[in-house]
Design a binder for this molecule. Structure first.
Ligand code: SME
Length: 166
């Protein structure tokens, strides 16, 4: 962005927002206190997480709606695929294995489902209820390559566990 005249915008005004996890965790805890409806919780988390960080271009949940099947849940960003079998894509791999999928390069992930051609990297985390059953996955996509770290995965998993497994 340029601000008047021909002078270039000072570098200091070009800020990139990265997530402040302690603040995000406190905000989510306050907003969701006493709520146990899964869709209400997912909608609130999708909004709060998505807007906490400029790296996140699509943030949302795929819910386990039948054995081996994921369907789209609350999300922020462009439209997402409606149905993903456990056998397909990064989300399917997470739901199938119960393991976090940190994918620095989606082109290198066999079977990656490209809902948006701009996506370069992804982080997908399992969402478990109090019994430990996987009820959904949280999918965060970035248009930047290698956008996610282990620290992102750990902090986001803590927020998911505190919200859905309480
Ligand atoms: N890329 C995901 C599909 C979901 S969309 O990107 C929103 C995957 O391969 O699981």
């Amino acid at each position: 962005m340029r601000r008047g005249g021909s002078a270039p915008c000072p570098a200091a005004t070009r800020t990139t927002m990265t997530v402040d996890y302690p603040t995000l965790a406190r905000t989510v805890a306050a907003l969701t206190e006493g709520e146990d409806d899964a869709v209400a919780l997912m909608a609130t988390l999708a909004c709060e997480i998505h807007h906490s960080d400029d790296r996140f271009d699509w943030t949302g949940f795929y819910r386990v709606t039948a054995p081996g099947l994921l369907k789209i849940g609350p999300y922020q960003g462009g439209h997402g695929c409606l149905v993903i079998p456990f056998s397909r894509g990064v989300c399917g791999a997470c739901a199938r294995s119960g393991e976090t999928q940190l994918v620095p390069d989606v082109e290198a992930f066999p079977g990656h489902i490209a809902c948006a051609s701009s996506t370069r990297s992804e982080l997908v985390l399992p969402v478990r209820d109090r019994s430990g059953a996987i009820i959904a996955v949280l999918d965060i996509d970035s248009d930047l390559p290698d956008a996610f770290t282990e620290a992102d995965a750990t902090a986001l998993q803590d927020i998911l566990d505190a919200t859905f497994a309480r």
